[in-house]
Design a protein around this ligand. Structure first.
Ligand code: SF4
Length: 264
């Protein structure tokens, strides 16, 4: 069981591969019920396993590898979502698919999002946008809100933070704008890594250029993921990095506010 959801460990390897391709089974790391994070209202956030990025500040490094998740049937996850429908309705909440990187498993994501919409549940997709091309317009038609994590505003810093290119994320945000899908931009402020105006201002300009962006969240870096880094045996470069001061968080939020954005 994964927090009360059955684990599909009865499938042979070949059955599993077919079911994954069809989106009937996904690799899920964990799930939780949260309020006031990952979208509006009370949310069931499911963390899918596997991510192509290697963010230095990742607070869920145990979700980076696809094999750190367990196999879950889409139908079983949807049964659990169905159970919370009353809570979602009462709090104007819903489900959030997060990770890891959801779009590494687009077939599974598609099934969950479609199933949730059929149940009348609000859907949010938390993504770096790096694999945005894996989400076709059909999949995105079942997404009410995208939480788009923009980890830096210039290519060198983005590459330093994630090991990957920024451009796919920017392209994905433009697509969301074209499709009119509500988007929150999320940015993690890390002293000495992402606190340079040369990387923050381009994000603010970009966010202000997208009509679909209804809020920006500046998230202060924290050390809550440190133990997980130790457990995974991965090299954690930010061991000595401290959380940003309240002044730095405020001055960063101000950069976004100056462009007329709603900032938290
Ligand atoms: S995109 Fe998210 S899950 Fe992937 S490495 Fe970065 S912070 Fe971790």
């Amino acid at each position: 069981m994964l927090g009360g959801i059955p684990v599909a460990d009865h499938l042979s390897r070949s059955e599993l591969l077919v079911a994954q391709r069809l989106g009937e089974v996904g690799s899920v790391h964990s799930w939780e019920l949260v309020t006031a994070v990952d979208g509006p209202g009370t949310r069931m956030t499911a963390f899918l396993a596997g991510c192509p990025l290697r963010c230095l500040y990742c607070h869920n490094p145990d979700t980076m590898a696809a094999n750190r998740g367990v196999s879950v049937l889409a139908d079983d996850l949807l049964d659990r979502i169905k159970r919370y429908r009353g809570v979602f309705r009462a709090t104007r909440g819903g489900i959030t698919l997060s990770g890891g990187e959801v779009l590494q498993q687009p077939a599974f994501a598609r099934r969950i999002l479609r199933g949730a919409k059929e149940l009348g549940v609000h859907t949010a997709l938390d993504t770096s946008g790096f694999l945005g091309r894996n989400a076709d317009d059909d999949l995105l038609a079942d997404v009410d809100l995208v939480l788009l994590d923009v980890k830096a505003g210039d290519e060198p810093t983005y590459r330093r933070v994630t090991g990957r290119r920024l451009q796919p994320t920017l392209d994905f945000g433009r697509r969301l704008d074209g499709l009119g899908i509500e988007t929150w931009i999320r940015f993690v402020l890390v002293p000495g890594l992402t606190d340079n105006p040369a990387t923050i201002e381009p994000i603010a300009d970009y966010a202000a250029s997208l009509a679909c962006v209804s809020r920006v969240e500046v998230l202060p870096f924290h050390q809550m993921g440190r133990d997980k880094w130790a457990e995974t045996g991965l090299d954690y470069e930010l061991d000595a990095t401290e959380a940003p001061s309240a002044e730095l968080v405020e001055s960063t939020r101000q950069i976004f506010r100056e462009r007329g954005l709603t900032v938290y």
